[in-house]
Design a protein around this ligand. Structure first.
Ligand code: MCA
Ligand code: AMP
Length: 507
């Protein structure tokens, strides 16, 4: 049996025939039949460009139906899909290409020159481009190449994708996801969230992360549902589409922004059956306000790049605000002490560990880091602090890792601090996340200047431009004489978070 995830998708695609698969607001799109054919043609283009089974295909392009088909074509050919945030700078991309050694880098048409330079520096043999108007050299290749009709045989444990997560101690790590990881999770979610052919998902997330790509698209593909692709979060467009949609998946910022719009009502959302939230904590207040306004209890779930989705509030039972529900079928969780991994007593806070067919195969070419987080018994240490409440629901209460989540994107303070600390006028810095009304947490830098130096806030932010994606850059920078430390010399970020707690929420 072929365990290629695409083989499962292809079966559904054949069955669904002329039913709509993915469309944009201006009517461009593909039926399931057209999508299946186009993946064969795109696989032909990839083959012509030298991609062979097991090869990585790095992709940094804007969201479009063709981007999704490129992912599927890569699976079809047995390639390993490596999507990259469109906000990453050339400096960030250099690291990923060096580390992953892709056979092909697909970039935006406008980025072709810089992409070619980075590819040359990193030894990436081929570059192609893909635009949002069915344009770019990849499309030209597709028009010339012979389609690849076959579906490359893959094992359960063969890699389907690598997604980079920033490292708490510097280097980004490539999470290796297998065909089994993706297939098992998509099947669980279809079941848990009752996805069917009748669903129409309003899709406004980026498709270079687990949430927008695997949770949203794989689930729709497995269920034979249809996707409405919006290029980004656009509240007007969502409001306009809600009467024709059945489901929306978002990060908490989606819901706080929707709530600011008076057009969001019970009537507007009457056709919708499911709103889900994840990637960052949804406040109980947002959950309640949304339920009051629309009659829909947002279904919050919890996942990670390394594990796909782990827990979910129930479709039928009570969805409890401030919790992420119970483990999905086949997923085991335990709450442990940091040292020794012994379980904590019931109801107490500890580190959340996860095991199951959803848990990744390890970090790309980083056996040490893999051993540090993926235990011999198969449990993965998430680094999230959690407790299990009296209903058996998981509550994520904090993080044991130094991480800021801004608008659903992870920002590792270390990465930002390292660059700020390179400035001549800086002695040291600490980057923290503090409550932000739009992004949940706002990236904030606290900097110690050298005596006599005249560094200002704007200069610190400018120094990061071109080196770090915009979402990682601090929204505010503060200067202090010294950073608070404990007796061991460790910077007390909790104290800093308390001190700057209200900077974004009181204006
Ligand atoms: C944009 N900006 C941001 C963010 N997004 N700054 C901080 N955090 C962000 N998330 C910057 C822009 O560059 C801009 O800067 C300014 O903030 C305002 O941008 P705006 O137009 O408001 O941004 P937007 O296009 O509306 O985007 C906000 C967003 C977006 C909708 C929250 O970031 C988003 O779609 N986030 C979802 C991320 C996601 O999919 N995460 C899943 C990964 P300036 O004005 O100065 O130019 S986690 C995952 O997959 C796990 C497994 C899971 O559990 O799901
Ligand atoms: P990423 O590495 O981008 O996949 O982000 C995964 C992290 O996002 C998790 O380890 C959690 O810290 C956080 N996360 C995801 N979903 C939720 C949620 N529903 N509530 C709180 N945190 C979440």
């Amino acid at each position: 049996m072929n365990h290629n995830l695409f083989a499962t998708f292809a079966e559904r695609m054949r069955e669904r025939g002329d039913a709509p698969f993915v469309t944009t607001r201006d009517g461009h799109g593909y039926s399931y039949r057209q999508a299946l054919e186009t993946t064969a043609r795109l696989a032909g283009a990839l083959h012509e460009l030298g991609v062979r089974p097991g090869d990585r295909v790095a992709v940094q392009v804007d969201k479009s139906p063709e981007t999704l088909l490129l992912y599927l074509a890569c699976l079809r050919l047995g390639g390993v899909y490596l999507p990259l945030n469109t906000g990453y700078t050339a400096a960030e991309i250099r690291y990923f290409l060096n580390d992953a050694e892709p056979a092909l880098f697909v970039c935006r048409p406008d980025d072709l020159d810089s992409a070619r330079r980075v590819a040359e520096e990193t030894g990436c043999p081929q570059v192609a481009s893909l635009g949002t108007a069915v344009d770019g050299s990849l499309i030209e290749h597709m028009q010339r190449a012979a389609p690849v009709e076959a579906i490359e045989p893959r094992d359960d444990n063969d890699l389907a994708a690598i997604l980079y997560t920033s490292g708490t101690t510097g280097r980004s790590k490539g999470a290796m996801l297998t065909h089994r990881n993706l297939a098992s999770n998509a099947a669980s979610l279809v079941e848990a969230w009752r996805f069917t052919e009748a669903d129409r998902l309003i899709h406004a997330l980026p498709i270079f992360h687990t949430h927008g790509l695997f949770v949203a698209c794989n689930v729709c593909l497995m269920a034979g549902a249809s996707l409405l692709f919006l290029p980004r979060l656009d509240i007007d467009a969502i409001i306009d589409e809600l009467p024709r949609g059945t489901t929306l998946m978002g990060v908490p910022t989606f819901y706080t922004r929707l709530l600011q719009d008076e057009r969001l009502t019970r009537e507007l959302t009457a056709n919708m059956r499911l709103f889900t939230s994840g990637s960052a904590p949804l406040t109980a207040e947002t959950h309640r306000e949304f339920a009051q306004r629309t009659g829909h209890a947002i279904l919050e779930r919890y996942g990670m790049t390394e594990t796909n989705m782990n827990t979910s509030n129930p479709y039928d039972g009570e969805r409890i605000a401030g919790t992420v529900g119970r483990p999905l079928p086949g997923v085991e969780i335990r709450i442990t002490q940091r040292e020794g991994h012994a379980p904590v007593p019931d109801g107490e806070i500890g580190i959340l560990e996860v095991r199951g067919p959803n848990v990744f195969a390890g970090y790309w070419r980083m056996p040490e880091k893999t051993r540090g987080e993926l235990l011999d018994d198969g449990f993965f240490i998430t680094g999230d602090l959690a407790r299990i409440d009296e209903h058996g629901y998981v509550q994520i209460v904090g993080r044991d890792k130094d991480l800021v989540i801004s608008g659903g994107y992870n920002v590792y303070p270390k990465e930002v601090e390292q660059i700020i600390d390179e400035l001549d006028a800086v002695v040291e810095s600490a980057v923290i996340g503090v409550p932000h009304p739009d992004f949940g947490e706002g990236v904030t830098a606290v900097v110690v200047r050298r005596p006599g130096a005249t560094l200002e806030e704007a200069q610190v932010i400018e120094s990061l431009a071109g080196r770090l994606a915009k979402y990682k850059q601090p929204k505010r920078v503060f200067f202090v004489d010294e950073l608070p430390r404990n007796t061991m010399g460790k910077v007390q970020k909790n104290q800093l978070r308390e001190r700057y707690e209200a900077i974004y929420t009181t204006s």
